[in-house]
Design a protein around this ligand. Structure first.
Ligand code: NAP
Length: 257
C-alpha cells in the first residue's frame, strides 16, 4: 500500500548503506520519512541527499564506537525526532577471525556497538512512550547468532548478535502494553557493502557467489530481500507479531542441502 507509512518517521541506525538504507527507501516510498544515523562523512551525506529526492530525510552523524557521539545523537533524537514511531537497528560490521586470534579490541568493537544500539533504542522508545502512539522496532540480528559456519569464524560477533536477539525478546515483553512491537530479522549472506571490508577489493562478488551454495534457495540475499521483511515487520501488516526472530536466510536455518 503506497501510503502505509504516511506521517510516520523511521529512525534507521546504521542506515547509510545496505539493508538499513533500503528499508529507509521503502518507508519513504510508502509515505513516511527517515532519520539516518551513520558515521560522519560523504556516505551519510549522499544517502540522505538521495533519500531527500523522494521525501523527507534527515541525518545524524555519529561514530557509534565513540560514546560522546552517541550521547550527542541521543540529544538530537530527543530534541528533533521524538515523534519517530519506527526504528530499525542495522548498524554492524563483520570481520571473521578465529576465536584464538581474537583480541580485546575485536571483542569490544562488537559489544560497544551493541551498547550504542541499546541506549539509542532507549531514547527512541522514550519518545514512542511519551507520544502514546505505539511503535515498531526491528533489530537486524544474524543467522550467525543461531549457527556457526566454519568458513566464517565469528565468535564475538555472534555473541553480540545473540544479545540483540535476546534484547528483542525482552523489549517485546516490556513494551507490549505500550503498543510497541519489537521484532528481529536474522539474515544469512546478503550482498551489501558489509563484505567490502571482509574480502579484498575486486574479489567481493566472486567470494560472495561462492557462498551461494550454502543457501538452499541457491543464491545469496539482496538488500531488498531483507528490507522487504523489515518493512513488513514495521508495517501494520504485522500488527499481531512481536518478539519474533524472522530467519531471512534463503533456507539456511531449515536444514542442510
Ligand atoms: N550482509 C550480511 O550478509 C549480513 C548477515 C547477517 C547480519 N547482517 C547484519 O546486517 C546489518 C546491516 O548490515 P548490511 O549488511 O546492510 O551492511 P552495511 O551496508 O555495511 O550496513 C551496516 C551499516 O552500519 C554502519 N556502521 C558500522 N559501524 C558503525 C559505527 N561505528 N558508527 C556508525 N555506523 C556504523 C556502517 O557504516 P560504515 O560502513 O561507515 O561503518 C553501515 O552503514 C548489520 O548489523 C550486520 O551485522 C548482515
Amino acid at each position: 500500500m503506497a501510503s502505509e507509512f504516511e506521517g510516520k518517521k523511521l529512525v534507521a541506525i546504521g542506515g547509510a548503506s545496505g539493508m538499513g538504507l533500503k528499508t529507509a527507501q521503502n518507508v519513504i516510498e510508502k509515505g513516511g520519512s527517515a532519520v539516518i544515523i551513520g558515521r560522519p562523512g560523504r556516505k551519510l551525506d549522499d544517502a540522505v541527499a538521495n533519500l531527500s529526492r523522494s521525501g523527507s530525510a534527515w541525518s545524524i552523524a555519529a561514530d557509534l564506537t565513540k560514546w560522546d557521539q552517541v550521547v550527542e545523537a541521543q540529544r538530537q533524537l530527543a530534541q528533533n525526532h521524538s515523534d519517530a514511531t519506527l526504528l530499525v537497528n542495522s548498524a554492524g560490521f563483520f570481520l571473521p577471525k578465529p576465536f584464538v586470534d581474537h583480541e580485546v579490541v575485536d571483542y569490544d568493537s562488537y559489544h560497544d556497538l551493541n551498547r550504542s544500539t541499546f541506549f539509542l533504542t532507549q531514547t527512541v522508545v522514550r519518545g514512542m512512550i511519551d507520544g502514546g502512539r505505539g511503535g515498531a522496532i526491528v533489530n537486524v540480528g544474524s543467522m550467525w547468532a543461531h549457527q556457526a559456519l566454519a568458513a566464517t569464524p565469528s565468535s564475538a560477533y555472534s555473541m553480540a548478535k545473540a544479545g540483540l536477539h535476546a534484547l528483542t525478546h525482552n523489549l517485546a515483553i516490556e513494551l507490549a502494553d505500550k503498543g510497541i512491537r519489537v521484532n528481529a530479522v536474522a539474515p544469512a549472506v546478503t550482498d551489501t557493502p558489509l563484505y567490502e571490508k571482509v574480502f579484498p577489493a575486486g574479489q567481493v562478488q566472486g567470494s560472495l557467489e561462492q557462498l551461494s551454495g550454502l543457501h538452499p534457495l541457491g543464491r545469496i540475499g539482496t538488500p531488498q530481500d531483507l528490507a522487504s521483511a523489515i518493512t513488513f515487520l514495521l508495517s501494520s501488516d504485522s500488527d499481531w507479531t512481536t518478539g519474533a526472530i524472522l530467519n531471512v536466510d534463503g533456507g539456511v536455518m531449515a536444514g542442510r542441502n
